[in-house]
Design a protein around this ligand. Structure first.
Ligand SMILES: NC(=O)c1ccc[n+]([C@@H]2O[C@H](COP(=O)([O-])OP(=O)(O)OC[C@H]3O[C@@H](n4cnc5c(N)ncnc54)[C@H](O)[C@@H]3O)[C@@H](O)[C@H]2O)c1
Length: 310
């Protein structure tokens, strides 16, 4: 059905964006794909095997009409964003993240081109139980604030044009292939595995009982592709649906890597730390048919085989 489609993927040189781009290429071999990225955190190496077009541009200032003239698209996947949550430059975070999205909304409005964009679990702020999309936002940093504003303008645009599908996806704590370029902001699954592979005890914050909804990138890519068929606009959680502790993660890594390390507990320097994240998946299941296939044990196993082959 989408086989000869024309898709744009912003942030396609990044972690989730490159996995999504390569999955779209495999699923729809006849589709025309165009990635837009300015490489501020992405890397061309993530797109090994990519056969599509690439526009090297900063989306906060890109003139879409000039760039694409009368070309029309079946969907725009918008994943580009500053993703370093410790970047506290309030102007840069809000300007680049929100204005990039606003340009896309303005470009897509006339043709009602479907938009599927990355929001974040960070919009929920501190939680003690599974987060539901209708919970009010409580951004604890300016990155999360920029995502809340994106959700606000997406809702407003969708309300003004009910037949224009705009789907926001609140990714939880994603891990998997093609994230190493992120450096410090890469997932804890990645960082702990590197420490353990180097023969070191995995360093986690005291006392390892903080819980996260760790979700495998293959699951969020599948959920993002399912958003192509969503009938209506909406904002949906994409997670694993499970909250697992860092101590459990170390156990799972020990099993996958054949090691037996005890965690090295260190003081947590962060004043505003998310002690708990978990996605309520009811709405994503109903609207997108999303059903994650990789519990932590399966996702980490698959990932470790990719990261450390042989
Ligand atoms: N990884 C996670 O756990 C997670 C969780 C929640 C939400 N998200 C969201 O998912 C999306 C993808 O994140 P990721 O983990 O793949 O991060 P990433 O940093 O690997 O990818 C982001 C990409 O966007 C590009 N980019 C950033 N600003 C740009 C701009 N103004 N113009 C052009 N390109 C720009 C970067 O160069 C990079 O390639 C982001 O929107 C992020 O906020 C990720």
């Amino acid at each position: 059905m989408h086989s000869s489609s024309n898709f744009i993927i912003t942030g396609g040189a990044g972690f989730i964006g490159s996995n999504l781009t390569l999955a779209l290429q495999e699923k729809f071999p006849e589709a025309r794909l165009t990635v837009i990225d300015d490489f501020r955190s992405g890397d061309f190496k993530n797109l090994a095997g990519y056969r599509g077009d690439f526009v090297g541009q900063n989306l906060a200032t890109l003139n879409w009409r000039e760039q694409f003239a009368d070309d029309t698209f079946d969907a725009i996947f918008h994943l580009a964003s500053i993703t370093d949550t410790t970047n506290h430059d309030q102007f840069e975070q809000v300007h680049d993240n929100v204005e990039s999205f606003r340009q896309i909304l303005n470009f897509a409005r006339a043709t009602k081109t479907r938009i599927i964009y990355a929001s974040s679990a960070a919009t929920y702020g501190p939680a003690t139980e599974a987060s539901v999309e209708s919970n009010g936002p409580a951004p604890a940093n300016v990155y999360a604030f920029s995502k809340v504003i994106m959700d606000n303008i997406a809702r407003r645009a969708a309300a003004e044009s009910p037949d224009w599908p705009i789907v926001g996806l609140r990714y939880f704590n994603v891990y998997g292939p093609r994230e190493a370029h992120k450096g410090v902001p890469a997932s804890m699954v990645y960082h702990l595995s590197r420490q353990m592979k180097a023969g070191q005890r995995p360093r986690i914050f005291k006392h390892g009982e903080q819980k996260r909804d760790f979700v495998y990138v293959k699951d969020v890519v599948e959920g993002s592709i399912r958003a192509l068929d969503a009938q209506a606009s909406g904002i949906y959680n994409l997670g694993s649906g499970q909250a697992r502790s860092f101590n459990e993660l170390v156990d799972v890594l020990n099993k996958c890597l054949g090691t037996n390390f005890q965690p090295d507990y260190i003081d947590n320097p962060h004043a505003h730390y998310q002690n708990f994240t978990q996605a309520d998946l009811m709405n994503a299941c109903n609207a997108l048919g999303y059903k994650p296939q990789f519990p932590l044990e399966e996702g980490v196993r698959d990932y470790m085989q990719w990261l450390y082959p042989g």
